[in-house]
Design a protein around this ligand. Structure first.
Ligand code: NAP
Length: 285
């Protein structure tokens, strides 16, 4: 079998067009969606992520604000800015780019962002709502995976799904979303015994590990849907995922590439959350 490739770039493009259209309607009614991004320090990867997020906002017709601080900034300064943005009715989303320098407690920073403006979906209140199957801001990467499955017509209900990875930003919310959608979910991690055996039984595999080509063709059930969240930089500078794409493509029915798979969906869902927040603010009046 040769797998169909799930083109995240193309799906993201379509979803972003829809978001831009809805944003235009909202703007015509007097509300311009606005995302504020806070960047601390000079990590080059973080700078690229922030630049891409700001550019995506502008392309969708949103307003964006960027606040940059030196790596040695006092935490109170950043907490002060978050409080100011929380109180600013023209700001609908607040994003603090991670990782933060060591003087910060990242959990405390994420909790300082108002849950109503937590467009990353990292606030404990939003995570609790997700667990209860209630409407909230969903974390962008797993939500992007769900959107890809939906757009590609993958039936989730009744399927056996395996998520490899249990981080708060990808693995855990991914497992909850698949569970809510009706899958029977197994979560594997570094302490899992017989990881290959679990993966082999899965109709849907989501890899979010951070280890290049960790998932190999022999672990995959023929015809499975394979979603690769991993982004790893190889010594030659190229990017690769957590799945051995060449081998897995011969066994899976559907597979995401890296780059060009899940990655483009993450920023797209950030735009989706910011639009949603602006729509909610407009409805509140
Ligand atoms: P993370 O916080 O480092 O979590 C990695 C998870 O993988 C942990 O739960 C860990 O298990 C598990 N793991 C590590 N080694 C393992 C092994 N040998 N066997 C089984 N499980 C193992 O990473 P993350 O933030 O979730 O990100 C995962 C990957 O996704 C990274 O490559 C990251 O760059 C990528 N990512 C991509 C996007 C995107 O937009 N495409 C967004 C976010 C993240 P333990 O919990 O037991 O340690």
């Amino acid at each position: 079998m040769t797998a169909r490739i799930l083109d995240g770039k193309a799906i993201a493009e379509k979803v972003r067009e829809d978001i831009a259209q809805k944003a235009a309607q909202l703007i015509a009614q007097g509300t311009t969606p606005c995302l504020a991004v806070i960047l601390v320090g000079s990590d080059p990867a973080s700078a690229v992520y922030v630049r891409n997020k700001v550019a995506a906002c502008e392309k969708a017709g949103f307003r964006s604000l960027k606040f940059e601080y030196a790596a040695d900034v006092a935490p109170e300064v950043v907490f002060g800015k978050i409080a100011e943005l929380n109180a600013d009715a023209s700001v609908h989303g607040i994003l603090v780019q991670l990782p933060l320098p060591p003087q910060f407690d990242a959990d405390k920073v994420l909790e300082a962002v108002s849950a109503e403006k937590d467009v990353d979906g990292f606030h404990a209140e939003n995570f609790g709502m997700l667990l209860q199957g209630r409407e909230s801001f969903y974390p962008c990467t797993p939500w992007g995976v769900m959107k890809m499955l939906e757009v590609s017509g993958v039936e989730v209900q009744g399927k056996d799904a395996v998520v490899i990875g249990r981080s708060n930003i990808v693995g855990k919310p991914m497992a909850v979303m698949l569970l809510t959608a009706g899958a029977t979910v197994t979560v594997c991690h570094s302490k899992t015994k017989d990881l290959a055996g679990h993966v082999k039984r899965a109709d849907i595999v989501v890899a979010a590990i951070g280890k290049p080509r960790f998932v190999t063709a022999d672990m995959i059930k023929p015809g499975a849907v394979v979603i690769d969240v991993g982004v790893n930089r190889l010594p030659d500078g190229k990017l690769c995922g957590d799945v051995d794409f060449a081998g897995a493509s011969e066994v899976a029915s559907l597979i995401t590439p890296v780059p060009g798979g899940v990655g483009p969906m993450t920023i797209t869902m950030l735009l989706g959350n910011t639009l949603l927040s602006a729509q909610r603010a407009a409805a509140r009046g």
